[in-house]
Design a protein around this ligand. Structure first.
Ligand SMILES: Cc1cc2nc3c(=O)[nH]c(=O)nc-3n(C[C@H](O)[C@H](O)[C@H](O)COP(=O)(O)O)c2cc1C
Length: 319
C-alpha cells in the first residue's frame, strides 16, 4: 500500500537528473546549442530591453549603451537566413531608440553611427521594423463586462463533433495565441497541431488522461516550449511558465471561436515525454507542457464537468 508512493518519491531524483541532462544538452548556454539559435534568443532579449526602456514614463537620455553595443555585436554575427524576426525586431527597437534620442537632441556620436549602420543593413534587406513602442488608446482599458462574462464562462469540453477545424479557424487560434505574454518576449512556446486519427490516437494513448473520450477527439494540440530559450539555474522552470500562459490563451481562443477544448496533462516521465516527441515529430529540445483536445461541441445539450471552484476568500490572501 505504501510501496508505490514511496517508489514514486525515490524515482524523483532520477527524473530531476534527466531534467538536468536535457537542460544541459539543449539550453542556450549549452556547447551543443546551435550558435544561430543562441543568437536568436540573445538578440530578442536585448532588443526587448530597448523597447522596454522606451516605454517607461521618463526614459533616461542615452540609456542602454552597453546592452545595445552587445546587441549590435550579436547582430553582426547573426545570419539573416536563420529567421528574420530577431533582425526585424531589433530594426524597430533601434530605429525607435535613435528617433527618441534625436527628438531629445541627444548626441550619440560613434555609438549612434553604429546603430545607423545596422538600420541601413535592414533597409538593404528590405526588412520591416517590428519593435519599439506602440500607442494604446485608453478606451482599450475600460471596464468590459462582456469580456469578464466570457472569461468566467470558459469550461473544459470532452464531447466533440467529428469535424476537423478548417485552416482559417486554426490560423485565428494561432493569431490570438501569438498575443500571449512571455518572459522578455522571447516566445519560447510552440504549438503542434494534429488532425489525423492515427496521430491523435497514438499521442493520446501515450498521454493516458483522455481514455474515456480519446476516440472522439478530432483535433489535438501539443503545446511545448523550447529549452534553448533559457539558460542558467534561475530560469529552470521558466519554459513551463511561458508554455502554460500560451496554453491558457489557446483555451480562451478556442472558446472565443465557438470551439470546445480540454487541456490534457503531460505529467509524464522523461522517457514517456521523449516517446511523445518522437510520435509527434517534435524536437527533443522542446519540453512538453500539455495537450489540448478541441473541436466543435455537440450542437445541443452539452454536458460538462461542473468543476466547482473554492471560494475567493480561500484563493486570495491580501498582505
Ligand atoms: C494542466 C492541466 C491538465 C489537465 N489534464 C486533464 C486530463 O488529463 N484529462 C482531463 O479529462 N482533463 C484534464 N484537465 C482539465 C481539468 O480537469 C479542468 O481544467 C478543471 O477541472 C477545471 O475545469 P474547467 O476547465 O471546466 O474550468 C487538465 C487541466 C489542466 C489545467
Amino acid at each position: 500500500m505504501y510501496f508505490k508512493p514511496l517508489l514514486n518519491i525515490l524515482i524523483t531524483p532520477v527524473e530531476y537528473a534527466f531534467d538536468f541532462f536535457r537542460a544541459f544538452s539543449w539550453s542556450k548556454a549549452s556547447p551543443f546549442c546551435p550558435k544561430q539559435k543562441q543568437l536568436h534568443y540573445d538578440i530578442l532579449l536585448l532588443a526587448h530591453t530597448v523597447e522596454k526602456g522606451l516605454s517607461v514614463s521618463k526614459p533616461r537620455e542615452g540609456f542602454g549603451r552597453v546592452k545595445i553595443l552587445n546587441l549590435l555585436h550579436f547582430l553582426s554575427l547573426y545570419q539573416d537566413d536563420w529567421s528574420r524576426f530577431p533582425l526585424e525586431k531589433s530594426y524597430g527597437c533601434l530605429k525607435s531608440y535613435l528617433d527618441w534620442n534625436t527628438s531629445k537632441g541627444v548626441e550619440l556620436g560613434d555609438f549612434g553611427d553604429k546603430i545607423y549602420a545596422f538600420l541601413q543593413r535592414c533597409e538593404q534587406l528590405g526588412l520591416e521594423p517590428k519593435g519599439g513602442v506602440k500607442h494604446i488608446s485608453n478606451s482599450s482599458l475600460q471596464n468590459n463586462p462582456a469580456a469578464q462574462a466570457f472569461l468566467k464562462a470558459r469550461f473544459s469540453s470532452r464531447r466533440f463533433q467529428p469535424d476537423k477545424v478548417d485552416p482559417d479557424i486554426l490560423s485565428e487560434i494561432v493569431e490570438i495565441a501569438r498575443r500571449s505574454p512571455s518572459q522578455c518576449n522571447r516566445q519560447s512556446g510552440r504549438i503542434h497541431y494534429y488532425s489525423r486519427f492515427e496521430d491523435i490516437d497514438r499521442l493520446l494513448r501515450l498521454q493516458g488522461g483522455a481514455e474515456e473520450f480519446r476516440e472522439s477527439v478530432p483535433n489535438l494540440f501539443v503545446i511545448s516550449s523550447e529549452i534553448s530559450a533559457w539558460s542558467g539555474f534561475k530560469a529552470r522552470s521558466q519554459a513551463y511558465v511561458d508554455g502554460a500562459l500560451l496554453a491558457m490563451q489557446i483555451l480562451n481562443a478556442c472558446q472565443s471561436l465557438g470551439l470546445g477544448a480540454c487541456p490534457l496533462n503531460l505529467a509524464v516521465s522523461n522517457y514517456k515525454e521523449l516517446k511523445i516527441c518522437e510520435a509527434g515529430g517534435i524536437s527533443k529540445g522542446e519540453r512538453l507542457i500539455m495537450m489540448i483536445a478541441f473541436g466543435f461541441p455537440e450542437p445541443t445539450g452539452l454536458v460538462v464537468a461542473r468543476s466547482e471552484r473554492m471560494c475567493t476568500a480561500d484563493l486570495l490572501t491580501c498582505h
